[in-house]
Each structure stands twice: as structure tokens, then as C-alpha cells.
Write a protein that binds this ligand. Structure first.
Ligand code: FES
Length: 289
């Protein structure tokens, strides 16, 4: 297990955004006056050292162009940031705030709300073990405990969102416990970079993470082939290969399990259908804004 590198907050330019932060916090407290972002030298250094080069800025502009209001691009843009750094750093928050004309406080509020945005560098792979009720009862808790012990070092189990190996390097694995992954019929499940591995046991889960640690990419139970965390983040941001074959190879795969469609199959076999919606069903009033 490797210590996570210290994340050094970087200053952010933009007096207008500074004013927004100030106003949002409290007119009595000059937030920016007590912030190191006023140091001009630091601002120049931040720009020069930014990990978000022209290609990423172009992608950010592309995302913004997809929405009527720029702030609506925040969620995909945070995935874009993760595709570059493997997590949302303070620099990433600053980048999003600047691109979207938001305050850093607004961006931070979103980042810290959603568990898919990581504040610490992720491994090449993110292993999410469902420990919600059904999976837990069927072995999910035991799987998580076993993986934590297996991936830990010196008798200390790996903690939630800690990484075995060096974050970002080949074979590194971040472990997390997850809430219901919407595959209860295939419990206990885990995901690697959001691809499903169904009906796991402690042994199959250990075999899986061992393969990941060796740099292999086992085939998920269904869905797309396994990719690394950063590549998946780029897809989640909404960027795919332009060429059709390459696109299909990235995203296609068997997407349904027999268990999931069992009810629909039984209904079809027995000729059961749901009553159709009447054409004249009244629709609820829509309030004019
Ligand atoms: S409880 Fe694990 S997928 Fe629903």
C-alpha cells in the first residue's frame, strides 16, 4: 500500500469568481483577503504548471457547447478532470470553476456530494464492492473484508478508498465499499471501473484483484471490456473514439443477465401483457414558469 501524495492547493485567478465566493459566504467575511490566491507569483506558477493543457481545454469547451447553460457541464467536466489526474484535485476544482464561471465553493460542493468523484488519487482500477443489504447478506461484507485484508500490508487491512500499489500505475487498485449497484438479482456483486462482476465469492474476488495487480484485465460478467479508470472517466465525460469499430469495441458487450429478464421472459412465455395506456389518459397540469 502506498501513501497518497500530499495534494497542494493551488491558487485560482479570477476576481469575478472571487467576488462570487465572497458574496456567497458572507458579506462580513472577506474570504479572498485571507486566501493565498492573492499571491500573484503563485497564480503564474499555477497557469504554467497546469495539467490541463490545450487539448483538455478544447474538450471542456466542447462539453460546455453541449448545454444551454455552461454550469450544466459540471458533472461531465469533473469526469474529464478525473480522466487527466485520476481524481479531482484542487487544480481540477479551479479548472472547472474557471471554465464554467462558477465559484470554487460551488464546484467543491458537487465534488464532495457524489462518491464517483475521488478526492485522492485512484488506482489504475477502482474496485467497488457492494455492501448494501442484499449483497451484504449474501456475502458482500465478507468479500469486502477479505479484499481489504488481502490488499493490505503488514497486517493492516486496506481502508475505504485506499490504494494498493502506487496510484495510477499499472496494477494499482483502489478499494471502496459501495451502496447498491443496481444488480441485486446477481448478488453479491462488485464492479471494476464500473463494469460488473456478478455472483462473487471471497475466492473469486481475490482471484480478480490478483489478476488486476498483475496488470491483467479480466472480462467482466457483462457490459463493455475492462478499461483503466482514467479511460473510463473520459467515456463518462462523453468522449468516445470517432471511428465506429473502435467505438463499438470500447462500449459494446452483452448487457443483460438471464436473471434480470426472468420476469419479462415468464410473462412472454405465458402470454401476459400489461394493459396499454389509453390514448385519452389525462396528463397532469404543467405549471407555467
Ligand atoms: S444490494 Fe448489492 S446490487 Fe443491490
Amino acid at each position: 500500500m502506498t501513501e497518497h501524495p500530499e495534494v497542494t492547493p493551488t491558487p485560482r485567478p479570477g476576481s469575478r469568481l472571487a467576488e462570487q465566493t465572497h458574496a456567497a459566504a458572507d458579506d462580513q467575511v472577506d474570504v479572498m483577503a485571507i486566501s493565498p490566491v492573492r499571491e500573484e507569483g503563485m497564480l503564474e506558477e499555477s497557469t504554467a504548471d497546469s495539467p490541463f493543457g490545450p487539448d483538455i481545454v478544447a474538450k471542456a469547451k466542447d462539453l460546455i457547447g453541449r448545454y444551454p447553460q455552461s454550469r450544466s457541464a459540471l458533472l461531465p467536466m469533473l469526469h474529464l478532470v478525473q480522466s487527466v489526474q485520476g481524481f479531482v484535485s484542487q487544480e481540477g476544482i479551479t479548472f472547472c470553476a474557471e471554465q464554467l464561471d462558477l465559484s470554487e465553493a460551488e464546484v467543491s460542493a458537487v465534488v464532495t456530494f457524489y462518491t464517483m468523484y475521488k478526492r485522492k488519487p485512484c488506482g489504475e482500477h477502482l474496485v467497488s464492492v457492494c455492501t448494501n443489504t442484499l449483497c451484504a447478506a449474501l456475502g458482500g461484507d465478507a468479500i469486502y473484508r477479505r479484499l481489504a485484508e488481502h490488499l493490505g500490508e503488514d497486517g493492516r487491512p486496506l481502508g475505504h478508498e485506499e490504494v494498493a500499489g502506487t496510484p495510477g500505475e499499472r496494477g494499482s487498485v483502489m478499494l471502496e465499499h459501495a451502496e447498491c449497484l443496481a444488480a441485486c438479482d446477481l448478488a453479491p456483486v462488485l464492479q471494476v471501473n464500473y463494469e460488473y462482476f456478478d455472483k462473487q465469492t471471497e475466492e473469486s474476488a481475490v482471484e480478480l484483484v490478483d489478476a488486476l495487480r498483475r496488470g491483467e484485465k479480466p472480462q467482466p460478467s457483462r457490459g463493455a471490456p475492462l478499461a483503466d479508470f482514467k479511460s473510463v472517466e473520459l467515456q463518462l465525460a462523453g468522449f468516445f473514439p470517432e471511428e465506429e469499430d473502435a467505438y463499438r469495441a470500447d462500449v459494446d458487450g452483452p448487457s443483460r443477465a438471464v436473471e434480470t429478464v426472468r420476469g419479462a421472459q415468464l410473462a412472454a412465455d405465458r402470454g401476459w401483457t400489461a394493459p396499454s395506456m389509453p390514448d385519452d389518459a389525462p396528463l397532469p397540469e404543467v405549471e407555467a414558469k
